[in-house]
Ligand binder design. Structure first.
Ligand code: CMP
Length: 477
């Protein structure tokens, strides 16, 4: 909002002008003593007297005009000092209008004594109708303006959308609301049309949000895309620091995963620039993260069966990972390859449950990338008893003992795990009886760990008992 100049500056010119017109009136009335112009106020008879009377009316009106201006400035200066804020323009205009009309009536009465304004106004029904019709729009605007000032649905500096217009409110007068569009055009919307339309208001000091859309390939990890974009957007200029941007998947489209990022602005009036900056930062975040903006694409699988979407790793990578595990160290390379070709990679988002306590388990997992939390229920709240990282395995207890899952396992971050099913393990036991031994040791250790955290889980089973159980389940004898 523009600041008003100081009072001195505002009333200096009207006061000077008032002095000038006052002097001119004084001179004019002194001149009325000449025989030619004497009596110009009481009923002119010659053209000199008429000229004098018109000049007098003109000077009085000019004097009235500058006096009202000076008075207006003074009154609203006092108002500002007392209330601490600027009086609305509409109130100032009404104040001036009433003062002008009153002084105009007084000046006319001074020069035309015979006129009866009361009779003129009350007696003339026709005049009333004509005035009413002529001022229909003006009065409509005036009353809508009064209601706008009373309701205060928006203020100077807010961004509003009325009909097809969107812009920053520059001023609100008794006739219209002036807005500046984002193409820097000034649009005047009459108060009466504002009263009829629905208005969208984005308050200057409110927490206004914007949503920007973007898309990424299906092969780009959603967790990483969302993380990268969130970090990039929160650093943008004019984005509220204390409101973390929200990145969401809005659709799984034909060619791409479609996202939206919602962010909050400090200065909503600059949302076009900020949207553009956000899109620019998304581009850089994609570049850094190695993500790809999608083109309309079709994937053709030629002379090959479409792969299972859950398979994240090819057999070679799985083989590398499995061969590095102590658990499978007794296996020959061909046994390992057989195991890898029967295993499958699975990817989980942070917080996703891989294994749920109490479920039946027919497979075990090896952490290929990321980390997972082993959680037990402690008086109704989940408690992490162990975090397993790359190369660790889990789910073996359910798989090899045939018992329900002893704990829940949840991805601590985006993680890829290798799933090994019952069918894939059986041939290994047959070829390598030492595996059963190695596994039973791990299971015993983990049972002890569980018992330390969850006394109810303590189970007395001998080493031999456990081995016998595994053999029974896999029909190894
Ligand atoms: P399972 O019982 O099939 O499912 C839950 C899994 O959590 C379990 O197999 C183990 O692999 C794992 N687990 C249970 N207790 C522990 C522990 N104390 N340390 C590490 N892992 C565990």
């Amino acid at each position: 909002m523009t600041r008003r100049p100081p009072l001195k500056q505002q009333i200096a010119f009207p006061l000077l002008a008032a002095v000038f017109f006052g002097l001119a009136l004084f001179v004019l009335h002194r001149l009325s003593s000449t025989p030619l112009t004497a009596g110009f106020m009481t009923g002119p008879t010659n053209s000199w007297q008429w000229a004098m009377r018109l000049a007098s009316i003109f000077l009085w009106m000019s004097l009235a005009f500058v006096c009202v201006r000076a008075l207006n400035e003074l009154v609203f200066f006092i108002f500002r000092k007392r209330k601490g804020y600027e009086a609305p323009n509409l109130v100032r205009d009404i104040f001036s209008l009433v003062a002008y009309i009153t002084l105009l009536a007084a000046i006319l009465k001074l020069h035309f004594e015979d006129i009866s304004f009361g009779a003129l106004l009350s007696g003339s029904a026709l005049l009333g109708i004509i005035l009413g019709l002529a001022l229909q729009d003006t009065l409509g605007n005036l009353f809508s303006g009064i209601s706008l000032h009373a309701d205060k649905p928006f203020q100077v500096g807010d961004v509003i959308t009325v009909g097809k217009w969107t812009g920053i409110v520059m001023s609100i007068t008794w006739r219209a609301v002036k807005i500046k569009t984002f193409q820097n055009h000034i649009v005047l919307i009459s108060n009466s049309s504002i009263a009829k339309e629905s208005i969208e208001v984005c308050p200057r000091d409110g927490q206004n949000a914007r949503i920007v859309f973007f898309a990424a390939l299906y092969t780009d990890s959603p967790v990483k895309v969302m993380q990268g974009v969130r970090e990039a957007v929160r650093e943008c200029e004019n984005v509220l620091r204390y409101m973390t941007p929200v990145v969401r998947i809005r659709n799984l489209g034909d060619f791409a995963v479609e996202y939206e990022v919602k962010y909050w602005l400090s200065d909503y009036a600059r949302y076009n620039d900020t949207d553009a900056l956000v899109r620019q930062r998304i581009w850089y975040a994609f570049r850094r993260g190695g993500f790809t903006f999608p083109f309309p694409t079709r994937t053709l699988y030629m002379a090959q069966e479409a792969p299972d979407n859950g398979h994240e790793q090819d057999a070679e990578t799985l083989n590398d990972r499995l061969s590095a595990l102590d658990l499978f160290s007794p296996l020959t390379s061909s046994e390992l390859s057989a195991l890898a070709s029967n295993a499958r990679g699975r990817v989980f988002a942070p917080g996703e449950t891989i294994i749920r306590a109490g479920d039946d388990g027919s497979c075990m997992y090896v952490v290929h990338r990321g980390s997972v939390d082993v959680r037990v229920d402690s008086n109704g709240t989940p408690r992490t008893i162990k975090t397993l990282g790359e190369g660790d395995f889990f789910g073996e207890m359910g798989l090899f003992t045939g018992e329900p899952r002893t704990a829940s396992v949840v991805a601590a971050e985006e993680s890829e795990v290798i799933e090994i099913g019952h069918e894939a393990v059986r041939p290994l036991f047959e070829a390598n009886p030492r595996l059963v031994e190695a596994l039973s040791h791990t299971i015993k250790e983990r049972r002890a760990g569980l018992a330390a955290n969850l006394p109810a889980a303590a189970e007395e089973e001998t080493h031999e008992g456990l081995i016998a159980r595994i053999k029974r389940i896999f029909h190894l004898d």
